[in-house]
Ligand binder design. Structure first.
Ligand code: NDP
Length: 238
């Protein structure tokens, strides 16, 4: 039986990933920041555990990984999914907003990978999946910090794939396009319509469609695949 930690496990994509991995027989630790009750309910539903994991806090991340190892004795899969967005003109972004976004979207991936790797290296196996964005490969107007952080996630994933490949660990990245979750809540129907029209497949994506790609990277079928970025974006990034 494999064990996974999914950060941001109560969010739209995170919850879908937790459910999808559980359907594959994986024991899932649902990482949460603010939504303990939701995480506990999801953990009950899928037979996993809820684990406090604010990815901006390195000591807290270490504690979360230690908790998973204590409960399940192993960590086979790490899904770095937690993230936040910030929209606005770059010249109007203050230092706090920049640091806050980087702390969650890029530092968080670093903290989680660093804490998870010793157990994976000891086991000589492991699957790391990071969640970037189409904006990490294309660049988005009014989302420069988000694009920078998500491009950083791509770079980190590729570098890590080379670094930990000899230890039997894969590191791959999923880059979603526009997916219907809370992250889009600031957008009105007109904006959503325009984004659907800008997507070659003519619609927004569902969290479950992102979860399929994550599950693939975590499966034995992807055993010889590492350092890759898979767009799940309806063609938006082409
Ligand atoms: P949601 O807002 O639904 O979920 C985001 C999740 O991240 C929440 O569970 C949130 O927890 C968690 N989170 C935020 N900050 C932290 C933190 N410091 N520590 C731990 N958890 C944190 O958005 P999505 O499900 O859409 O986003 C998931 C990932 O997918 C993100 O990395 C996002 O950038 C990426 N993505 C999303 C796209 C989309 O169109 N939806 C497109 C491309 C990429 P809490 O609620 O407690 O803060």
């Amino acid at each position: 039986m494999k064990t996974a930690l999914v950060t941001g496990g109560t969010g739209g994509i995170g919850a879908a990933v937790c459910r999808r991995l559980a359907a594959d027989g994986v024991t899932v630790a649902v990482g949460f920041r603010a939504h303990r009750a939701e995480a506990e309910a999801l953990a009950r539903e899928i037979g996993g555990a809820a684990v406090l994991c604010d990815v901006t806090d390195p000591a807290g991340v270490q504690k979360a990984i230690d908790n998973v190892l204590e409960k399940f004795c192993q960590l086979d899969i790490l899904v770095c999914n937690a993230g936040v967005a910030w929209q606005g003109l770059l010249q109007e972004m203050d230092d706090g907003a920049w640091r806050g976004l980087m702390a969650a979207d890029l530092d968080g991936v670093f903290h989680c990978c660093r804490a998870a790797l010793p157990a994976m290296i000891r086991a000589k196996s492991g699957k790391i999946v990071t969640i970037s964005s189409v904006w990490g490969t294309r660049g988005a107007s009014c989302e420069a910090a988000y694009s920078a952080a998500k491009a950083g996630v791509v770079g980190l994933t590729k570098a890590l794939a080379k670094e930990v490949g000899p230890s039997g660990i894969t590191a791959n990245c999923v880059a979603p396009g526009v997916i219907r979750t809370q992250m889009l809540q600031h957008l009105g129907p007109q904006d959503l319509q325009e984004l659907a029209e800008a997507t070659p497949l003519g619609r927004l994506g569902a969290p479950e469609e992102v979860a399929e790609a994550v599950a693939f990277f975590c499966s034995d079928a992807a055993g010889f695949i590492t350092g890759q970025v898979l767009g799940v974006d309806g063609g938006f990034g082409v």
